[in-house]
Design a binder for this molecule. Structure first.
Ligand SMILES: [Zn+2]
Length: 311
């Protein structure tokens, strides 16, 4: 029986079935179950380590240099904006960790803004080596076992990260221990309460099956924060034309019998990205894009310390 990973209710209904890895063709067909209580989409079956190993091949898009100049420019702009948003919450002497940093683009932009104490983390040895080759401080491993000290960080950034982990609440609880009082998490995750999910469903690019295990929405992210002991500072929509481009690419893959792609993308991806921009801008206006940024804050005075002080 499937139970919700977030609330954890057993009242789930089938949202989409026979969802495939359209991008990298790893084996398996998955069902996503929607929780009747909190709305979280839960993958079934939960892929094991062997399956996930196949789902993150060396050709995985995040581990590839950008395909063309346009993609390079768009990505640089994206990371620059991201760094500027992060800078709203912490001072230049803050210690920042980017969990799932890949080549370290955000670290580069944070350094450009004057943040000197920034570190990355990724489990892929090849991207870690590449990032280190650019002079970045990057640890290889998993967030919960990489050995970061308790209360040693002011900010943890997790961009398209929480939907990949087997225990989202447990990972955020761990983050809470790593953060100093008043520290923040700045995360990004797909939003199922979006126009493109409603339109594409099984072919929706945000599914990214089987890599995305749990799909949140702006409605249930506050519950994630509460379960892990955080206060919500903000939840806001971000532009995400890539989900439109991927959704249309997935539709084509489905119709044409899944021909092989280069790094998980076909040649139409970039033109589709541009085509999707106008509708994505309209989605932004009504806060219904399929990507949300959440900022969760740890109490400025930790309850443990408070009670310690009283006793
Ligand atoms: Zn639930």
């Amino acid at each position: 029986m499937v139970t919700c990973r977030l609330c954890p209710s057993a009242e789930l209904t089938q949202a989409d079935r026979a969802v495939l890895d359209f991008e990298y063709r790893s084996p398996g067909a998955y069902t996503y179950w929607r929780c009747g209580t909190c709305g979280l989409l839960n993958i079934d079956p939960v892929p094991d380590d062997h399956t996930l190993g196949l789902a993150y091949p060396d050709t995985y898009h995040a581990y590839q240099p950008h395909a063309n100049a346009l993609a390079r420019i768009m990505k640089r702009r994206y990371w620059r904006k991201k760094a500027q948003r992060c800078a709203r919450y912490v001072k230049p002497d803050a210690r920042i960790l980017d969990a799932g940093c890949a080549f370290g683009d955000l670290l580069v932009e944070l350094k450009r803004l004057g943040y000197g104490n920034v570190q990355g983390l990724d489990f892929n040895a090849r991207v870690v080596e590449a990032a280190r080759g650019h002079g970045l401080d990057v640890v290889q491993g998993e967030l919960t076992s990489a050995g970061f000290e308790d209360e040693s960080l002011d900010m943890i950034v997790m961009t398209n990260f929480i939907e990949h982990v087997h225990d989202p609440v447990g990972v955020l609880e761990h983050c809470r221990r790593l953060l100093r009082p008043g520290g923040v998490i700045v995360g990004e995750t797909p939003n199922v309460d979006s126009w493109d999910y409603a339109l594409f469903r099984r072919d929706w690019g945000g599914y990214h099956t089987p890599r995305h295990l749990y799909l949140f929405s702006d409605d249930n992210l506050p519950l994630l924060a509460e379960k892990a002991g955080f206060r919500v500072r903000s939840i806001s929509s971000l532009l995400q034309p890539a989900h439109w481009a991927l959704s249309m690419q997935n539709l084509l893959q489905d119709a044409l019998g899944r021909p092989r792609l280069r790094n998980g993308r076909n040649w139409l991806f970039t033109p589709l990205l541009l085509l999707a921009l106008p509708i994505n801008l309209v989605q932004m206006l009504v806060s219904r894009t399929s990507l949300v940024e959440f900022v969760f804050e740890k109490d400025a005075v930790s309850p443990d310390r408070e009670s310690g002080g009283i006793s």
